[in-house]
Structure formats: structure tokens, C-alpha cells
Design a protein around this ligand. Structure first.
Ligand code: MYA
Length: 432
């Protein structure tokens, strides 16, 4: 993108902007990792995380440690049977997300208290339908949808969730929990409630004989397996500028900016169409084959693909390329819908954001496929299309006029050590 038209964009991830430990060669990754460790160990102790089976900062770059589980499973009979103690006025609940009432309570807690950008201009606004989709994949455990209520008023004040997922780490498929939606009401922050919630979800995951987890956060904790950057492609530049998401580039006018981001009305790829239920087996084959090249990626079967990738109105969109000649399914792209509340604008209350999900190119160049994805996202009235620099995304970001965001997203594994920090392009996993 031309320097003077580059928007200075924000996005909704809280947290640290410390240097990403990714670089060209493994040698320099380890060198960088040591530097990060040095600067971090000077900066911050982690009273909770130092007690957990996660890679610690002082182990970074120590390649003598084996790859794999950090602690061995304990017999199930030794897993604590009762929930952890909460401070007096609070109680645990298992949230029945099928219930309209409970789902609305969770939605309200997150809408008012979940992740904001560094400048507190935007806050994630996951829809109820999205939450139901995100929390009920095949084989989900209701007991992993955990709430904390005030005993007397029954008000929901904190939340954390896990869902089961098979995640391949190099050659090993590991059954894990994906932990997400950790949220403590704004008025109850900094009271060490989060560590209790994390311990409680860990206990409930252990009760299902699962001993590893994957999660992402905008903050730096011990210790990221990789650090990614969000990129943003304006679809509705005027609104993005109006609400302070992007800024007009130097020497740019509004009309020049609108022209810069204008997209064609029509997708370009012959045979590009929406995914349908009968495509599930072909998409599963295509995706499994494609994800093999990444060091860490989900091990999706047909049931997972049906759940995670069949289009669901206002939640997830998937398109594919069916060869007009052979009717073979050759390419695939998808994005999910995660709006943000706009906190301080007179004119707009919601930013409609599409997030790149899983994309597979075998015959259609990825650049062209993603250009078509932008066109359909624009047609669906999204304001911005976001993508992480994971998988092969770096090959299209600049060319398709994405601009880098100002925050980072760190990926973590619980109770699983990797010998080396990964480059973000080695990661084949997108968490919601
Ligand atoms: S990431 C999204 C997190 N949510 C938000 O950012 C929403 C807005 N913020 C909040 O609601 C609160 O600030 C939260 C912290 C709840 C985040 N992940 O209670 P505290 C550590 C992990 O006094 P609060 C997502 O959902 C912090 O370093 N740990 O702090 C994935 C400190 O520990 P230490 C975090 O601000 C979640 C301690 O908590 C995070 O009131 C994955 C302070 O506690 C964070 N995002 O509440 C969870 N933020 O002293 C881990 C702070 O050691 C899952 N902390 O530095 C692990 C796997 C478990 C399953 C294992 C199965 C085997």
C-alpha cells in the first residue's frame, strides 16, 4: 500500500505490543526469543502463571527441553472433585447456553465487559447466535461453560469457557480444550478472580481426561508459541474514518480514499459459490490436506467441518470454487462475523467486521480467492475485513490493501512445550 495512504488502524485486542519473536531463520528466532525473555524477566513476575505447566520465560531458547506434555496426566480419581472456593458473595454456575435467558445474560456480560482495543474505542460484540455456535461444537461439554454469579442477586459477573478440539502439533494429534471468553465484570477487576476461573475450567477439563489446552490473548503471558498481527482491509472507509477506526492518510481526500478501496461488484473466479451441505466431504478433504503443512492446526473431520464451516447467517460464511468443467472443489475461503460496539460515536453504534477464517487455494491463486472474499463481504455490508498473518495470509495482505493493526494476538498452549517459537505463518489454527 502506498505510504501516504496507509490508514492508521485500530482493532479490538487489548494488551501489550511487545516485539514479536518471529524472523527468517530458526537461529535468529531463538536469539530473538532470548532477547524477549531478558526484557520480560526484568519487567514482570507472573504469580499465577509461574505455578502453571506452561513454557516459562526463563526456558525460552533452551532447546534441551523435550517437545510435548510438560506434566503427565494424574489418575482421574486424584482430580479434585469439588469446585475451587470463590470469595464469599459469589457462586459457580454451569451456563446452559441453549436457554434463551442464560444466553442473554452471557451476551450482556460480554457486550459490556469483554475485550476492548487499547484506546477503549471499540468492544467485541459477539452475537448470541455466534456464542451458541462457538460453544456447542461436536462433543462439547456443558460443564465447561462456567459462570460466576453474585449469590444474593444472581447477577452474572464472570465467565470462562472451554470446548474440545483435536489439535495436531507437528505429527501428534492432541485432544485439547480451547479456552475462550474469559471475562470478569469491570467492577471486579484485579481481585485475582481470573486465576480461580482458570483453575476451575482446568479442573473440569481434567475430569474429562483432557490435559492440554490452546488459547489466545492480547496480553503477554508465559509463553506465546507464536505472536500474530491483525491486518485490516477497509470496505467502508468513510464509516471507519468517521468512527476513528482509521485515519485519512496524509495528502488523501475522502473521495480518493473511497476510490482506493472500491471493489468490483462481481466476483472474478468462475465456479465461485457459497458452500452447501453436500460439499462437506469435499471441503473436509481439501482442508485436511491443506492444513497438513502447518506445525499447529486443527484435525478437522466431517462433523467439525459441518459445524464450523457450513454457512450460518450472520455467524460464518464459506465459499468455494467448483470447477465448471470437472465439478471438482478446488478452493475454499471463509470468514466469521464479529461486530464491535463503537463506544464513543454520535453517528454509529456497531462496526461490522468480517474475520478471515480458513482459506485453501489449490487452483485459484490465494490473492484472487481473497479478493472474491472481500467482494462478498462488502456485498454483505461489512465495514472491515480482518485477517491475521497466519498460514499463507502474508501473500495477499499488502496487495489487497490490508493495513497492519496496532495490537498483537499471542497464541498459547497449556501443558505442551514446543522447542521453538513458531513463525505466525507456521500456524494453521484460528480461534474465535
Ligand atoms: S482472552 C480474552 C480475555 N478477556 C478480556 O480481555 C476481557 C476484558 N478483561 C477481563 O475481563 C479481565 O481483565 C480478565 C482478567 C478476566 C482478562 N488470559 O483476576 P485478575 C492473568 C490468561 O486480578 P483481571 C481469553 O478469553 C494475569 O496475567 N490470564 O485480573 C483466553 C494475572 O496472572 P499473573 C490472564 O484483570 C483465556 C492474573 O490473570 C489474562 O481482573 C485463556 C490476574 O488476575 C488472559 N487474557 O481479570 C485463559 N488476563 O499474576 C487461560 C490476565 O500470573 C486458559 N490474566 O500474571 C489456560 C488453559 C486452561 C485449561 C487447561 C486444561 C488442561
Amino acid at each position: 500500500m502506498a505510504g501516504d495512504s496507509e490508514p492508521n488502524e485500530n482493532h479490538v485486542t487489548s494488551g501489550d505490543n511487545s516485539e514479536s519473536p518471529e524472523n527468517e531463520s530458526d537461529v535468529s528466532i531463538d536469539a530473538l526469543a532470548r532477547k524477549v525473555q531478558e526484557s520480560l524477566s526484568l519487567a514482570k513476575r507472573h504469580k499465577f502463571w509461574e505455578t502453571q505447566p506452561v513454557g516459562q520465560f526463563n526456558e525460552l531458547g533452551d532447546t534441551s527441553l523435550p517437545e510435548g506434555p510438560i506434566e503427565q496426566p494424574t489418575p482421574l480419581s486424584e482430580v479434585k472433585q469439588e469446585p475451587y472456593n470463590l470469595p464469599y458473595p459469589y457462586e459457580w454456575i454451569t451456563c446452559d447456553i441453549d436457554s434463551e435467558e442464560v444466553c442473554a445474560e452471557v451476551y450482556n456480560l460480554l457486550t459490556n465487559n469483554y475485550v476492548e482495543d487499547d484506546e477503549n474505542m471499540f468492544r467485541f460484540n459477539y452475537s448470541k447466535e455466534f456464542l451458541r455456535w462457538a460453544l456447542r461444537p461436536p462433543g462439547y461439554f456443558r460443564s465447561w461453560h462456567i459462570g460466576v454469579r453474585v449469590k444474593s442477586s444472581k447477577k452474572l459477573v464472570a465467565f470462562i469457557t472451554g470446548i474440545p478440539a483435536r489439535i495436531r502439533v507437528r505429527d501428534t494429534v492432541v485432544l485439547m480444550a480451547e479456552v475462550n471468553f474469559l471475562c470478569v465484570h469491570k467492577k471486579l477487576r484485579s481481585k485475582r478472580l481470573a486465576p480461580v476461573m482458570i483453575k476451575e475450567v482446568t479442573r473440569r477439563v481434567h475430569l474429562e481426561n483432557i490435559w492440554q489446552a490452546a488459547y489466545t490473548a492480547g496480553v503477554v503471558l508465559p509463553t506465546p508459541v507464536t505472536t500474530c498481527q491483525y491486518w485490516h482491509r477497509s470496505l467502508n472507509p468513510k464509516k471507519l474514518i468517521d468512527v476513528g477506526f482509521s485515519r485519512l492518510g496524509a495528502r488523501m481526500t475522502m473521495s480518493r480514499t473511497i476510490k482506493l478501496y472500491k471493489l468490483s461488484d462481481q466476483t472474478a473466479t468462475p465456479g465461485f459459490r457459497k458452500m452447501e451441505p453436500h460439499d462437506v466431504p469435499a471441503v473436509t478433504r481439501l482442508l485436511r490436506n491443506y492444513l497438513q503443512q502447518f506445525a499447529v492446526a486443527p484435525d478437522f473431520d466431517v462433523d467439525d467441518v459441518e459445524h464450523w464451516l457450513l454457512p450460518k447467517e450472520d455467524v460464518v460464511e464459506s465459499y468455494l470454487v467448483e470447477s465448471p468443467e470437472t465439478h471438482e472443489i478446488t478452493d475454499f475461503c471463509s470468514f466469521y462475523s464479529l461486530p464491535s460496539s463503537i463506544l464513543g460515536s454520535q453517528n454509529h453504534s456497531v462496526l461490522k467486521a468480517a474475520y478471515s477464517y480458513y482459506n485453501v487455494s489449490t487452483k485459484t491463486p490465494l490473492l484472487q480467492l481473497m479478493s472474491d472474499a472481500l467482494i462478498v463481504a462488502k456485498k454483505k455490508d461489512f465495514d472491515v475485513f480482518n485477517a491475521l498473518d497466519v498460514m499463507h495470509n502474508e501473500t495477499f495482505l499488502k496487495e489487497l490493501k490490508f493495513g497492519p493493526g496496532d495490537g498483537k494476538l499471542h497464541y498459547y498452549l497449556y501443558n505442551y512445550r514446543l522447542k521453538h517459537v513458531l513463525r505466525s505463518s507456521e500456524l494453521g489454527l484460528v480461534l474465535l
